[in-house]
Write a protein that binds this ligand. Structure first.
Ligand code: DAH
Length: 364
């Protein structure tokens, strides 16, 4: 055995002893530096390779590399063993009292719009409705034309539309993009993709270029759609009355249907609920006054045709309303704009408990 080989064997014993004797992570790190660091023992020996004959360099180089790998593996193993030991000690000494109550100050809260959406879904789910969504960026066909607003129709003026630049890769009505002005566009998408019977609600953000105390450029709507054989106005009225009474939690809430016009329904009606106005205040429930909360009607035969549904076989009804508006009415929130200001004082005042989700027992 050459001197060098003997040295390597001795060094291996010495370093192995040092690594296995390390009984915590800092001393193991110290052992790693001593063995493999820039000025470590193996590195020092590597540096002597330059002064050797090619023959010596070959065998010594290979032996040193092998030593380096063995020591590195050993350090890894020791590290895992030490980490496991630390974890085992922690598990044995630290226990968590799972019966401690949640710290109230650390709890997140639910925004009134999200809360209202959850309530709507809960109520309609109990009436067997599914939930659908559509895109915020719509095309002219889904937002207007298919809903029986032909180009140039005066009813398009009712909607202060945000128009986007035309898409050069598409043609015709699909090229013209808008921020949807209502969730009724989702009715078209849903009826085109699903065969009747249909019983679904649609919800989300809508956009109109309006901004004052009662209008924000972005707000939320919900929409209900039922398509079946022999569906009639009586079903529309019954469904709406059940819904508003469940939502406002007033069993005898008066509901009034007032004839109106929407291009996509015929006949159409606006929905009013009973209220009392006194000294600038508003109270919902039986009273001497009415408050408008949304639009409704029997789906126009042209709309059904535009979605590939035969109007001689199927009829249906739809209604829609502003989610923000019904949230303001139920929770006594006076200014619409405050919904979107992210003022934490406001959120703390109107917040909802995330652990207390709506269900039909608390919301009927
Ligand atoms: N889309 C209408 C609006 O934004 C609201 C509406 C009216 C929706 C009648 C409906 C409906 O589904 O049947 O003003």
């Amino acid at each position: 055995m050459t001197d060098m080989t003997q040295n390597i064997v001795k060094l291996k014993d010495e370093l192995t002893g040092m690594v296995t004797a390390s009984n915590d992570l800092p001393s193991l790190e110290q052992a790693r530096i001593t063995a493999l660091g820039k000025k470590g023992r193996i590195t020092d020996l590597m540096k002597t390779l330059g002064g050797m004959t090619p023959e010596e360099r070959k065998t010594t180089g290979a032996a040193l590399n092998e030593l380096k790998n063995e020591i590195a593996d050993l350090i890894k193993k020791q590290e895992l063993a030490l980490k496991k030991q630390v974890m085992d000690e922690k598990l044995a000494t630290e226990t968590i009292d799972v019966t401690l109550p949640v710290r109230p100050e650390a709890k997140g809260s639910i925004h009134p719009i999200s809360q209202t959406i959850e309530e709507l879904i809960t109520i309609f789910a109990a009436m067997d409705f599914t939930v659908a969504e559509g895109p915020d960026i719509e095309d002219d066909w889904h937002n207007f034309t298919a809903l029986n607003f032909p180009p140039g129709h005066p009813a398009r003026e009712m909607q202060d539309t945000f128009f986007l630049p035309d898409n050069p890769n598409e043609t015709g009505e699909k090229a013209k993009k808008v921020l949807r002005t209502h969730t009724s566009s989702t009715q078209i998408r849903y009826m085109t993709e699903h065969k009747p019977p249909i019983r679904t609600i649609m919800m989300g953000r809508v956009y109109r270029s309006d901004h004052d105390m009662t209008h924000t450029p972005m707000f939320h709507q919900m929409e209900a759609l039922v398509i079946d054989k022999e569906t009639h106005m009586g079903h529309l009225k019954g469904c709406l009355m059940d819904f508003v009474r469940a939502y406002f939690e007033i069993d005898d809430l008066p509901v009034r249907f007032r004839p109106s016009f929407f291009p996509f329904t015929e006949p159409s009606a606006e929905i009013d609920i009973g209220c009392t106005r006194k000294d600038g205040g508003l109270k919902i429930g039986a009273g001497d006054d009415w408050l408008e909360i949304g639009g409704s009607g029997m789906v126009h035969p042209n709309v059904l045709k535009n979605c590939g549904i035969d109007p001689d076989e199927y009829q249906g009804f739809a209604f829609g309303m502003g989610i923000d508006r019904i949230a303001m009415l139920k929770y006594g929130i006076p200014d619409l704009r405050t919904f979107f200001e992210s003022d934490t004082r406001w959120l703390n005042h109107y917040r909802f408990d995330p652990l207390n989700r709506p269900n039909r027992a608390t919301n009927s």
